[in-house]
Write a protein that binds this ligand. Structure first.
Ligand code: COA
Length: 327
């Protein structure tokens, strides 16, 4: 007989997505820098990206995605407990983008804060929300990834400016008492290696020598680390839950590069139909990429109730992590 003991879990009750209307194809990029559709598709799988208009800030887009997630869950804004925003492109140093979003949503009882873990920010956000929900601090948390990376791009550097896009994705997590085989976050694993900080960074802040600047990336170095570190995070998630890759219904990876996504999928032995890919239409939207991919898979019916999802990401820091989630 199945174990009927109930335990408190963070259950996904709604998701949302926002993409700016403006789309730039690879051909559009080739008008701005010395590149080609062929090069970009072959090296990255990217075919187009969305770029934000001036009013489409991280807070604006994050609020749109967050509102959708709450509407799908049927949760009134004034009932929301907390907002966690993963972003590297906040509207301001402070107030936090999460607090701007709180005002836009009318989530008057929610507290909120931003979390900086670059492209891994959404996984980090899930992990913090999971702990808050299981500890009973709040009953609901909106976790949002929202980015306007187009504003960080150096259009003199063709090796980076073709890789990124803008957008926002959100999930609403609510504390529920569920059976062992019920829905919710089963685990999160977070990692960091600050000694690799200089292979992917954006200068900004109060250091006199590091005035606000553009995104800098040593792509080959990042690539070299990515597949192995991600495979490690994924294997830790499986081992902790006594699962194998065969148990995973859907891999929802950070959408940086099709070759990295394929590399992890291959290491796990997952067929392409069990791997969510949106990088061709969104490019790399950093902390927004996983919730955008998730919302896409939910809309298509691929991520349906009962399915077991494995989420993974790696980004500047380096930071990386994984999350195992049953819908
Ligand atoms: N268009 C055309 N040619 C380009 C180009 C572009 N946009 N960008 C670089 N090139 C050229 C280079 O100048 C170089 O030419 P050369 O051999 O004449 O010097 C050649 O393409 C190869 O460059 P290289 O940087 O070695 O390419 P690569 O195969 O490593 O691919 C990346 C570059 C960025 C696509 C790849 O390194 C990558 O995906 N890295 C991981 C990046 C990532 O996902 N980061 C995000 C993590 S969150």
């Amino acid at each position: 007989m199945a174990d009927q003991t109930l335990s408190k879990r963070a259950v996904l009750t709604g998701s949302g997505a926002y993409l700016p209307a403006q789309i730039l194809t690879n051909e559009d990029m080739a008008k701005r820098v010395d590149t080609s559709d062929e090069w970009i598709v072959e090296r990255t799988g990217i075919r187009q990206r969305h770029f934000a208009a001036p009013h489409e800030t991280a807070a604006y887009m994050g609020a749109e995605a967050g509102r959708q997630a709450m509407e799908k869950a049927g949760l009134a804004p004034e009932s929301l407990g907390a907002i966690i925003v993963a972003t590297s492109t906040p509207d301001q140093a402070f107030p936090a983008t999460a607090v701007r979003i709180q005002a836009l949503l009318g989530a008057t009882k929610a507290f909120g804060f931003d979390l900086a873990a670059a492209c891994s920010g959404f996984i980090y956000g899930l992990s913090v929300a999971d702990a808050m929900l299981r500890a009973g601090q709040v009953k609901s948390v909106l976790v949002i990834g929202t980015e306007v990376f187009s504003r960080l791009l150096n259009f003199e550097d063709r090796t980076t400016c073709v890789l990124f896009g803008d957008g926002a994705g959100a999930v609403l997590l609510e504390a529920r008492d569920v059976a062992q085989d019920g829905p919710g976050l089963l685990s999160t694993h977070l990692y960091a290696d600050g000694s690799l900080g200089d292979i992917l960074y954006v200068d900004c802040g109060t250091d006199e020598n590091r005035k606000p600047g553009y995104l800098v990336m040593h792509g080959r170095e990042v690539f070299r680390h990515a597949v192995n570190l991600l495979a490690g995070a994924v294997n830790d998630a499986l081992a902790e839950n006594n699962l194998t890759a065969a148990d995973i219904d859907l891999l929802v990876p950070h959408q940086a590069n099709k070759r990295i996504i394929d590399g992890v999928g291959k290491k796990l032995g997952l067929p392409p139909e069990r791997v969510v890919v949106t990088v061709h239409k969104h490019a790399n939207t950093s902390a927004a990429s996983i919730p955008l991919a998730l919302a896409d898979a939910i809309q298509e019916g691929r991520a349906a109730p009962g399915r077991l999802l494995l989420l993974e990401a790696l980004g500047g820091g380096l930071t990386w992590g994984s999350a195992l989630l049953r819908l």
